[in-house]
Write a protein that binds this ligand. Structure first.
Ligand SMILES: Nc1nc2c(c(=O)[nH]1)N[C@@H](CN(C=O)c1ccc(C(=O)N[C@@H](CCC(=O)O)C(=O)O)cc1)CN2
Length: 299
């Protein structure tokens, strides 16, 4: 049976390091890390994630602020708010929770966040820095950064000679994940819904990252024996076996089948998800260190 990679435990370790880093910075320079989270509308899952971010920021000793805009707010209102947060010296990290309502252009909004405060790592400047290996001053998107940390904890930092397949080509997960694996010297393939014989491509992977957003799409016989499997998917599906109207979370990988073939695998929930929030806190305190002209610790 595969090792179950415990994202909750690793995230808790990262959070402890963030707290110590935030305390040390405050003691040395008087800088209190400031994180602003902006949410537009009433998406229930987003409400939960934003609440956890606020809670975690407070737990880390940050100055934590949350801005809520109504579902029918205009893109310009949101951009004005981002502008004020860009200019606020008590704020080191700004995050606009996604998805935004359909009438807003998320891409346009993200590009108005100052790259130095873009703790999601979604701004073109940070995307470009990651792509060109300029990591010192970049922010790496939180889910890929957290996934990479789980891979490092499982098989080490050096992936020379290993093949990695990322299923999914989103700007938020698939593409940055591929860049991080490449930087670790893996031989990387990005596969997606139009890849012919996706199962065969997945079977070549020593490290398989599933980020497609389709419940349990990756089956046990898609996995190379001994592979490390990172499941980024968080899909809520009906669970009539738990009672009428009940649901449960599953990943993009059929866990019960995959754990019989892989050497290690992240569960859903409790795998990559908690790492996303932990790496956000790490990015926020990193931003505060940079703003104070101090060398940030590595997480
Ligand atoms: N601006 C951003 N928006 C979104 C991001 C992001 O990184 N930046 N990622 C996701 C949502 N997300 C954080 O925002 C997120 C998703 C899931 C989890 C998590 O811990 N999941 C738990 C299960 C939670 C549950 O019970 O529903 C787990 O996997 O164990 C954290 C953060 C989209 N938007």
């Amino acid at each position: 049976m595969a090792e179950r990679i415990d994202g909750k435990a690793v995230a808790a370790e990262v959070i402890e390091r963030v707290k110590r880093a935030a305390d040390a910075l405050r003691e040395k320079t008087g800088t209190k890390t400031g994180l602003a989270v902006v949410i537009v509308g009433d998406d229930p899952a987003s409400q939960v994630y934003v609440a956890s971010k606020g809670r975690m920021a407070k737990e880390c000793g940050f100055h934590s602020v949350e801005h809520r805009l109504p579902e029918d707010a205009s893109g310009d209102e949101l951009i004005d708010l981002v502008g004020r947060l860009n200019d606020d010296p008590s704020i080191h990290g700004i995050l606009v929770q996604l998805p935004l309502p359909a009438h807003m252009d998320a891409g346009r909004v993200i590009q108005t966040i100052s790259p130095e405060k873009d703790v999601d790592g979604f701004h073109f400047i940070n995307v470009g820095k990651l792509g060109t290996g300029e990591r010192e001053t970049a922010f790496v998107p939180c889910t890929p950064a957290g996934s990479m940390l789980l891979i490092e904890r499982t098989i080490g930092k050096e992936l020379s000679g290993k093949t990695a397949v990322v299923v999914g080509r989103s700007n938020i997960v698939g593409k940055p994940m591929a860049n991080l694996l490449l930087a670790a010297n893996a031989t990387v393939t990005i596969a997606h819904s139009r890849t012919p014989d996706l199962a065969a491509v997945c079977r070549t992977a020593d490290v398989l990252v599933a980020a497609v957003g389709r419940p349990e799409m990756v089956r046990g016989d898609w996995i190379k024996p001994g592979a490390v499997v990172i499941d980024v998917g968080i899909n809520r599906i009906d669970a009539p076996e738990r009672g009428e109207g009940k649901t449960r979370l599953v990943g993009d990988v059929a866990y019960g089948e995959a754990e019989k073939v892989a050497s290690a695998i992240t569960p859903v929930p409790g795998g990559v998800g908690p790492m996303t929030i932990a790496m956000l806190m790490a990015n926020a305190v990193t931003s505060a260190y940079r703003a104070a002209g101090e060398q940030p610790p590595s997480f």
